[in-house]
Design a protein around this ligand. Structure first.
Ligand SMILES: [Zn+2]
Length: 370
């Protein structure tokens, strides 16, 4: 196939007309959102998100806690409300009140792919459907087009979509080779034009850090690389993936798991503050926060997840932004994982379901329309 034909075929593949006029779809759809950031903290349980630290795991025996007294002082308050505010202050005081936090009793959200582990979960969140072909965490190129690749192929988002994450499989899940998305993962250095001294230093420090896990970098590095990139390139659509919560839970270290969850919450507060201080993002940016899978319960299965672990299909989803009405008294709907891709696009005024009919529907209660 010659090049122009190939380009046309690629556009057809992505459901785009070659002569589509540049316009502002969010204005047409009546949404205020111009930018969306999806953040996933790997394997962070709904139990902690809604009830804070689990009293059954704040011990040496089942939680592998090094200093029980210190941990209880930080996160062991009397009530679930107080525990969740101590552990995740931004999620519980800002997202759950000014926005919406889905996934507690009455609106249980689920992974629909049936596998309850990472690659199938990220694929489902990014594409809108569970795919039985995605059945391992191996490094294979995702055959599916993600909502990020789909948006990046549109003229108004081209080059303004980026992904940062700790896991070395993200370049494959997002099919960096085919999609052309900027994906900076794990121990890789940042790349692209005009890197700041801060970004270069982060990359150098990252390369020389002690590697606790061969396939997963540190949350702090991915977070700061993403934040610097956002400030410099004015990214419009971003994915940010944190892995420490999953790694420390597998290691049976409940204290470290909680510390990483608490840090994740702090990164989100910093991100939100940064966005509200920049004219390009203020009052025009939506955050979607979630996890790729749940985990089992105390005392043992919390360390694990997968098809055979009861409850590992349960997830939570937080949404905060100018189009999301504050939580009222009305019951919330179940925000299943296959609804995230279409919801992300809908904030921008884009109809992802029209392109990908297999994708789950938009979480409509997260978007107020005039
Ligand atoms: Zn895991």
């Amino acid at each position: 196939m010659n090049r122009p034909l190939l380009a046309l075929a690629a556009l057809a593949f992505l459901g785009l007309a070659a002569d589509a006029p540049a316009q502002d779809p969010s204005r047409a759809a009546g949404t205020k959102t111009k930018n969306v950031i999806l953040v996933i903290s790997d394997g962070l349980r709904w139990q902690e998100v809604f009830s804070g630290a689990d009293p059954a795991l704040m011990n040496k025996q089942d939680g592998g806690v090094a200093d029980v007294e210190v941990l209880k002082k930080a996160y062991g308050q009397e009530t679930p409300e107080a525990r969740r505010e101590a552990l995740l202050p931004f999620l519980s005081k800002v997202v759950a009140r000014q926005g919406r936090l889905y996934g507690d009793a009455g609106n249980e959200g689920r992974v629909t792919n049936g596998k309850n582990f990472s690659y199938p979960g990220y694929n489902e969140a990014f594409t809108g459907f569970g795919d039985p072909r995605i059945d391992s965490n191996d490094k294979f190129a995702n055959p599916n087009v993600t909502v990020f690749e789909w948006l990046n192929a549109k003229p108004e988002y081209a080059g303004k979509v980026a992904a940062f994450g700790t896991w070395d499989v993200f370049p494959y899940i997002l099919n960096r080779e085919r999609s052309g998305l900027k994906v900076v993962a794990c121990w890789e250095p940042p790349y692209g034009e005009g890197l700041t001294p801060q970004e270069k230093l982060l990359g150098e420090a990252n390369a020389s850090l002690h590697r606790l896990w061969p396939d997963c970098g540190y949350d702090a590095v991915s977070f700061h690389l993403a934040l610097e990139n956002l400030k410099r390139e004015k990214t419009r659509v971003m994915f940010l993936g944190f892995g420490e919560t999953d790694e420390f839970a597998h290691a049976g270290r409940y204290d470290q798991y909680l510390e990483s969850a608490h840090k994740f919450d702090g990164y989100m507060a910093t991100l939100w503050e940064t966005l509200q201080a920049m004219p390009e993002y203020k009052d025009s940016t939506t955050l979607i926060l979630t996890t790729d899978h749940g985990r089992g319960d105390a005392p043992t299965e919390w360390k694990s997840h997968g098809e055979k672990i009861a409850g590992a299909e349960r997830i939570w989803v937080g949404v905060l932004g100018p189009d999301t009405p504050p939580r009222g008294d009305e019951p919330l709907e179940p925000a299943d994982q296959n609804r995230i891709a279409a919801t992300l696009a809908a904030f921008l005024g884009e109809d992802y379901n029209a392109y990908q009919p297999k994708a789950g529907p938009v979480i409509s209660s997260a978007i107020a329309r005039p």
